[in-house]
Design a protein around this ligand. Structure first.
Ligand code: S3P
Length: 428
């Protein structure tokens, strides 16, 4: 894919559904009692992997465009799959479904693509075992065999700040005898908690000793209820940064998810002098949403170092923030983000390599990087099969000198299949 410099982004763009919420909607609607309709479901590869897994577990689901109708099988209505479940490239599918399957009355094998088969599963295997689960894996990686067993409720503290691990344990908690508490020292995205509540599960949250204590009862039943999925703020982030960096841009992104655990990107943009505002704030299926309006241009930069508890809130936006850093008067520094090393690719290495390819100075750290300001030079970029790397560097190409080529641009199929067409429709 070739990208050439652009002047501005103008117009209104309706973005695809939120990836995290779509995964959860497909899983929870499947174990709820009765039929429900999910609208604006993300029909990208990752969420289609989740939907296909649920169908393999015997759930009846039909998809018409971005609407999915699911006939919820009830909490104990899932059936053994004759074949392994293929999680594709999706870490969220593999981690969450492990929790869902641990307390079933049957065994399941999970597999994934080459990238997913290198990513850590011990982060869910270890705490699931603390609930009495039995899981077989070689070297803590896929393929993983989840042997369905009765689980014992317990209190588990998260060792990594990961919404995937938290959600896995909350799903397992639905099947444990008694009340399961997940202790979260650093807040991560809370879509699972919100959707449990939306569907009537018995869940409560308490802040104690500087940590969130999330308790779910194994007696919980989920009641089928329609779910409207907001546009994905992590997809919006690419366009927000592109608009900010192209003077004269004027862009509106309607119905974007504005969950407080996901809007760190907006705070960062504002504190870097970008004019971005929220209009028409409202709620949809238990999630805050609104329209984002952004004008091109960067003003006074008040923030250079992004670290600490902010990191889980902006975890998926770090590749595009690295690109943004090239246009900031003081550049940008990211620390405490070692989790990026175990994403779809080692994102720290991919960011550093590609920025250097574009003649930008970067320091690499174990847990992040520092980007120095400068105009990127068009170059040959590798996506390393990672959707967010492909899209972030496509955006860099919009304000680089000369032409940029993205090798492996089709990785955007994972979360934003129409990304390049969407960009084309608003670029001038
Ligand atoms: C996700 C959580 C994050 C994020 C991923 C989606 C989720 O991963 O990077 O894209 O839907 O729970 P971690 O929980 O591993 O940080």
């Amino acid at each position: 894919m070739k990208i050439n410099p652009a002047n501005s982004l103008r117009g209104t763009l309706v973005l695809p559904g939120d990836k995290s919420i779509s995964h959860r909607a497909a899983m929870l609607a499947s174990i709820a009692d009765g039929p429900s309709r999910i609208t604006n479901f993300l029909t990208a590869e990752d969420c289609l992997s989740t939907l296909a897994c649920m169908q393999q577990l015997g759930v009846k689901a039909a998809r018409m465009g971005t609407t999915v109708e699911i006939n919820g099988a009830g909490k104990y209505g899932l059936r053994a799959s004759g074949e392994p479940l293929d999680c594709g490239n999706s870490g969220t599918t593999a981690r969450l479904i492990s929790g869902l399957l641990a307390g079933q009355r049957f065994d399941t094998t999970l597999i994934g693509d080459e990238s997913l088969s290198k990513r850590p599963m011990n982060r869910v295997i270890r705490p699931l075992k603390a609930l009495g689960a039995e899981i077989e894996a070689t070297d803590g990686k896929l393929p993983v065999k989840v042997l369905g067993r009765p689980l014992n409720a317990s209190e588990v503290s998260l060792e990594v700040a990961s919404a995937q691990v938290k959600s896995c344990l909350l799903l397992a908690g639905l099947y444990a005898g008694g009340k399961t508490t997940v202790v979260e020292p650093v807040q991560t995205r809370d879509h699972t908690e919100r959707m449990f509540d939306w569907l009537g599960a018995d869940i409560s949250i308490e802040i104690r000793d500087n940590a969130r204590h999330i308790t779910v009862s194994g007696e919980s039943e989920l009641t089928a209820r329609d779910i409207s999925v907001p546009a994905d703020i992590s997809s919006a982030a690419f366009l927000l940064v592109a608009a900010a960096c192209l003077e004269g841009s004027d862009l509106r992104l309607p119905n974007v998810g504005l969950n407080p655990t996901r809007i760190g990107i907006l705070e960062v943009l504002k504190r870097c002098g970008v004019k971005v505002k929220v209009e028409n704030e409202r709620e949809a299926s238990g999630e805050p949403i609104g329209d984002l309006v952004i004008e091109g241009g960067i003003g006074r930069q008040e923030l250079t170092l992004l670290s600490g508890p902010l990191i889980p809130n902006i975890i998926d936006e770090i590749p595009i923030l690295a690109v943004f850093g090239t246009q900031l008067p003081h550049g940008i520094e990211i620390r405490n983000a070692e989790e990026l090393r175990v994403k779809e690719t080692d994102r720290i290495a991919a960011i550093v390599r590609n920025l250097r390819e574009m003649s930008i100075s970067v320091d690499e750290f174990d847990d992040g990087f520092r980007v120095y300001p400068g105009r990127p030079k068009g170059a040959e970029i590798e996506s390393f099969g990672d959707h967010r790397i492909a899209m972030a560097f496509a955006v860099a190409g919009l304000f680089s000198e000369g032409e940029t080529t993205i090798n492996g641009h089709e990785a955007c199929e994972i979360s934003f299949p129409a990304f390049f067409d969407a960009l084309d429709s608003i670029v001038s």
